[in-house]
Design a protein around this ligand. Structure first.
Ligand code: GLP
Length: 251
């Protein structure tokens, strides 16, 4: 089932998204959270930090697994996803850093690192809520458009469109890593619940294509139409504008 939650703005929708995640933590204090990076979750993380500081939720017993990491960036590189998670969430909440997991982008043997990460995900015994952003081309995690849906963690070649999109965070385009390690689509589909956040008109077309178009690995997020549990899409009016125009009954 796909449920669309619309906020007027990014800030408003992010608070609603934070409530969805907070409800999972309140119901299960040792929940396993699947976490994501990118600009979309930032305001949601801010609200979770506020809730934690206010004593409304605690991450003391929470465990986390992140979706992905760039290959070649050290954890202290300010564009690595390890740095992002620390900077935008972990350093500001009461989570035990030992309970947080990301793939390593520095592993000498990426295939072995993918296997290690599969074992980490397996050892969690199931992700209670998987947070996702969505790439302009429909990627989730770093599962790029392809001829198949990757089941498990894999080494990914980033597409030109993703490198272009992410170059805004780097001093120049040639500094953007060309590879990443990403949790597989099969692992995302195994979560108990999915929370997808998307903001701005730039995401409007791809949201409609993902949730109302054909299910195809060329639009990786489209597989969420087959998700067995609940997919909650928290978005602002701008990101939902094409869905509102073509499928008003869905909102
Ligand atoms: C990156 C991440 C994705 C993220 C996507 C969208 O490439 N690997 O997890 O969802 O970009 O990013 P943004 O939220 O900044 O639009």
């Amino acid at each position: 089932m796909i449920k669309f939650i619309c906020g007027k703005t990014n800030e408003e929708a992010s608070v609603l998204a934070a409530n969805v995640m907070a409800d999972v933590i309140k119901a299960k204090p040792d929940a396993v959270l699947g976490l994501a990076t990118g600009s979309s979750p930032i305001n949601m993380y801010k609200e979770l930090i506020r809730m934690c500081s206010a004593g409304e939720i605690s991450f003391k017993a929470v465990k986390s697994v992140n979706l992905d990491e760039y290959v070649g960036l050290t954890p202290d590189h300010d564009q690595s996803y390890a740095y992002f998670m620390n900077d935008n969430l972990f350093a500001h909440i009461d989570i035990d850093k030992a309970n947080t997991n990301l793939p390593s982008g520095l592993a000498a043997d990426p295939a072995a690192e993918c296997k290690r990460y599969d074992a980490v995900i397996e050892s969690m015994g199931g992700v209670d809520i998987q947070l996702l952003g969505i790439g302009n081309n429909g990627h989730i995690g770093f599962n790029e458009p392809d001829t198949h849906f990757p089941k498990t963690t894999s080494l990914v070649n980033l597409t030109d469109s993703t490198i272009d999109a992410n170059s805004r965070f780097f001093a120049s385009r040639d500094l953007v890593p060309t590879k990443a390690i990403s949790m597989g689509i099969g692992q995302i589909m195994n979560a108990k619940k999915v929370l997808l956040v998307a903001f701005g008109t730039g995401k409007a077309e791809i949201l409609e294509k993902s949730f109302f178009g054909p299910v195809t690995p060329e639009v990786p997020a489209s597989i969420l139409q087959f998700f067995k549990g609940e997919v909650v899409v928290c978005a602002d009016e701008a990101a939902l504008s094409v869905i509102k125009e073509k499928h008003p009954e869905a909102l």
